[in-house]
Design a protein. Structure first.
Length: 396
């Protein structure tokens, strides 16, 4: 028994995920230890009033740090761990983008073929898109436009695209000529989902399990709820007013935002993206290359006339399912956010440096710590925090 205990202690000391002596490499070549990360995370959670936080870091395209802090359900005093089911929100779009690239590689669809040509009937004859009747511009929308957010469709039809306020009418409308500029659109992803499901005869959860989740060993991830997840380790969201945001168990997948996952599973997905597995190098390059330059002052609200050149220096753009930028010192990066009321997620990857960070927070205040947390584990980069509207907790 004595020797077994010694072995277990040595295992934990030698494991980079658990060891407090582990040193991580930041993007500028400097180092940060696991103990330093712990101190910063706990300070941020306490100061910014965050209930639960998941963090993972990649060095050399491999996970070197993954840890959960705080509560999956604070009122019940239930602790978070790396296998806790959390809501991925719009991180779903990055996974769906990869899925579409897989289908492209398999010649199931082509990125630049008008989507209506794949369907059994005109797009306005599908009830969800019936408002588009009378506007023939839907004929020009392609898969590429859906993935790089240039369809002209709103983000969520129930939120006014220029103010962000709830819109009880929920009109579906094309706000500009498709393919001409960037405007974040979840409805564009719904249109592409419709096409993918009709031409394959499978829903996107089935396709993702077949082509992504099973190959990447993501056993606790789905675009719908699976009974295999169980009910004993599922996070709830925490609102600033004390309310609990409990996600429903979806039975219908939504490409733009229904994914449930864990920090361990999603980090496996990022590892595979960084190591360029499962897809040809040609299609990886296309997926993670700039498709459309971004000149909007902020990301939201998506439909806005005011423009800016302040992000030109970092080549702020959108790829296929991923945001794109290029730091003068550290090279290109691809990123994706996932925000939904009390769920705040962020991922950015620097492939030329082999460095990534994944953050998943189940608290409404989560995005207020993104900048300091990323700078702690990655360093001072050229991330456009202002454009993303991620204002630190200690700033107005």
């Amino acid at each position: 028994m004595k020797y077994n205990l010694i072995f277990i202690l040595l295992l934990f000391i030698g494991n980079p995920v658990f060891s407090q002596l582990q040193t991580l490499r930041k993007i500028d070549g400097t180092a940060v230890t696991s103990s330093q990360i712990d101190l910063v995370v706990r300070k941020l959670m306490d100061t910014a009033h965050i209930q639960g936080l998941n963090l993972a870091v990649l060095n050399n395209n491999k996970t070197v740090f993954i840890k959960s802090y705080g509560f999956r359900n604070k009122p019940e005093k239930a602790l978070m761990d790396t296998a806790t089911i959390v809501y991925g929100a719009s991180l779903s779009k990055a996974v769906f983008g990869y899925l579409v690239m897989k289908l492209t590689e398999e010649n199931v669809l082509a990125l630049d073929k008008p989507l209506y040509q794949y369907l059994k009937k005109p797009i306005p004859e599908y009830e969800y898109f019936s408002d588009l009747k009378g506007d023939s511009r839907w004929k020009s929308i392609t898969a590429r436009m859906c993935l790089d957010h240039t369809t002209g469709l709103p983000n969520v039809r129930w939120f006014h695209p220029t103010t962000g306020k709830q819109d009880t009418i929920g009109t579906m409308k094309i706000y500009f000529n498709p393919g001409t500029k960037y405007a974040y659109s979840g409805e564009g992803f719904k249109l592409l989902q419709l096409v993918v499901e009709e031409i394959t005869g499978k829903n996107i959860d089935e396709l993702a399990r077949e082509k992504i989740f099973k190959p990447f060993a993501m056993t606790r991830t789905g675009f719908i709820w699976h009974e295999s997840f169980g009910d004993d380790n599922v996070a709830v969201g925490h609102m600033n007013n004390g309310d609990i945001d409990k996600k429903k168990k979806r039975t219908e997948p939504v490409a733009g935002g229904s994914m449930m996952t864990t920090i361990a599973d999603y980090t496996k997905f990022i590892e595979n993206m960084m190591q360029q597995k499962g897809l040809s190098k040609k299609l990886y390059k296309e997926m993670l290359s700039p498709q459309v330059a971004i000149y909007s002052k902020t990301q939201f609200p998506p439909i806005q006339e005011e423009t800016t050149t302040e992000n030109n220096a970092i080549h702020l753009s959108y790829g296929l399912g991923w945001g794109y930028l290029k730091c003068p010192r550290y090279g290109k990066a691809f990123f994706k956010e996932g925000n939904g009321i009390s769920w705040r997620n962020y991922n950015i990857n620097f492939p030329e440096k082999g460095i990534s960070v994944v953050i998943m927070i189940n608290s409404e205040n989560g995005e207020k710590v993104f900048q300091e947390l990323v700078e702690t584990v990655v360093g001072d980069t050229c991330i456009p925090w202002k454009w993303q509207d991620y204002i630190p907790y200690n700033q107005k």
